[in-house]
Design a protein around this ligand. Sequence first.
Ligand code: PMP
Length: 326
Amino acid sequence: MDIKKDLINTIGNTPLIRIKSYSEETGCNILGKAEFLNPGGSVKDRAASYIIKNAEEKGLLKPGGTVVEGTAGNTGIGLAHICNAKGYKCIIVVPETQSQEKIDLLKILGADVRLVPAVPYKNPENYVKVSSRLAKEIDNAVWANQFDNLANREAHYKTTGPEIWNQTDGKIDAWISATGTGGTYAGTALFLKEQNPKIKCIIADPMGSGLYSYVKTGEIKSEGNSITEGIGNSRITANMQGAPIDDAIQINDHTAIQVINQLLSHDGLFMGGSVGINVGAAVALAKKLGPGHTIVTVLCDGGARYQSRIYNKKWLKEKGLLNIEC
Ligand code: PMP
């Protein structure tokens, strides 16, 4: 018999997929970790489950308790699923500028969605500040705090890293990934470097993020912006501190859109925007390293979550991203 005992046990152990079109084009093995196959539809299910597990183990979260987080993205979706499966309440604080689709989805999943004004971090009404405050005020509640809670990268150190190592039989030359909280990048990079220090660990960065300049010059500086969601940062989170970084590659939105269209039409992969940055950077790295290398990246989430944006011609035209050869 092979039966998963609950939803939480279906998180992780995702396949590693050879991206045929780009592997043939570059002569490298470009491999994508299929995180879109997690039950909540993204790589963030791993962090959400470890954050909750860690809070339970520390006795911070008891039966019937509440998990609070400030996010409109995949972490909120992952937390909402796991809270349902484990009988916890889930409060998600969201800036009111976020898309109605995301807010509606969180509500359907049973999260108590609290809309707050979209104000900077220093304002006490900022969504991160409100979520941290709510967790303190409510009895038996924990703040997930995904950016600085190290249970996030631990999920990837304990699962994503070992899975990639085993799936490739240790034959991997480079690990390349964009970072939001940095949990995926850092946890996986820390594990892989421990197995073989020769594995190159490289950040894929969208425009508008400060990490590319940080890696190249030591100074966090950002230029431009990006239509991709959930990635890029202008600070070094606790999850990123001490992570091995050999280099960074910056990818613009034109390339990211081209990549997701090729993945869809040539490889059958219907992917979210951050995958365009990840695979775009993996291809750039493959061209730099030359044929024969094995490069692993992440297929963070699927395209259905972005139908009204990156897969909508009108929206792309408004952003100046149409008329692209695909
Ligand atoms: N891609 C998408 C679509 C995401 O939602 C996130 C998480 N914000 C990431 C990539 C980056 O993951 P991490 O937070 O582990 O850096």
